[in-house]
Design a protein around this ligand. Structure first.
Ligand SMILES: [Zn+2]
Length: 198
């Protein structure tokens, strides 16, 4: 019995390191790593330095729902959340695993290249799921395009129009706005095609 226990904990540690490695590669902050793995802070810092060649940035996790409701972040958050829900419903994943899988697919969908900072960081993506779970934010269907978007759960949102169908004049003209719209259209197509989890 004792031997099995030892073996099990080694396997578990291997899994934890693998999980932490995946999270670090996707841009997780130390606070997120500490909350989702059983590894010590010292080991996580060591692992982070080894993988990234630098110390993890300091700073707290974002703690406001407002960011997810501003124009461009809202589109990216909605893309991520649609993928996440699809993964949870169809791919039998949950928790941090679902967040990581959905986040990888999100980066692919928005055509993210590794040199630039993605609009939605992994830490924000994880925070978004916490806000959804605690029912502060939710998805709401747009009455114009039928797409589902992140909204404040406490707002009425009657005859809701998403930020792509109701574009603020300034935002609609930017290159990023065009990219976000294209990414969303590509996503809608792929989700219908269901090749997103293939
Ligand atoms: Zn819409």
């Amino acid at each position: 019995m004792k031997k099995t226990g030892v073996k099990k904990s080694v396997v578990n540690e291997g899994e934890q390191i693998q999980l932490a490695t995946e999270m670090i590669k996707l841009g997780a902050r130390l606070q997120l790593l500490e909350s989702q793995t059983t590894l010590s802070r010292e080991r996580l810092i060591k692992l982070y330095k080894e993988l990234k060649g630098m110390s993890p940035p300091k700073g707290m996790l974002p703690f406001s729902t407002d960011w997810f409701l501003t124009w461009q972040p809202n589109i990216h958050s909605s893309i991520f959340l649609n993928i996440y829900n699809y993964m949870v419903e169809n791919a039998g994943v949950e928790g941090i695993t679902a967040v990581l899988k959905a986040y990888s697919l999100y980066l692919q969908q928005v055509g993210h290249d590794s040199d630039a900072e993605p609009v939605l960081s992994l830490t924000r993506a994880w925070t978004l799921i916490r806000y959804i779970d605690s029912k502060m934010l939710k998805l709401k269907g747009c009455t114009c395009c039928n797409g589902s978007f992140v909204v404040n759960a406490y707002d009425l949102n009657q005859n809701y129009l998403c930020s792509l169908c109701h574009v603020p004049s300034r935002a609609g003209k930017t290159k990023k706005a065009k990219q976000a719209k294209e990414a969303k259209e590509a996503l809608t197509y792929k989700l219908v095609d269901s090749s997103v989890v293939a």
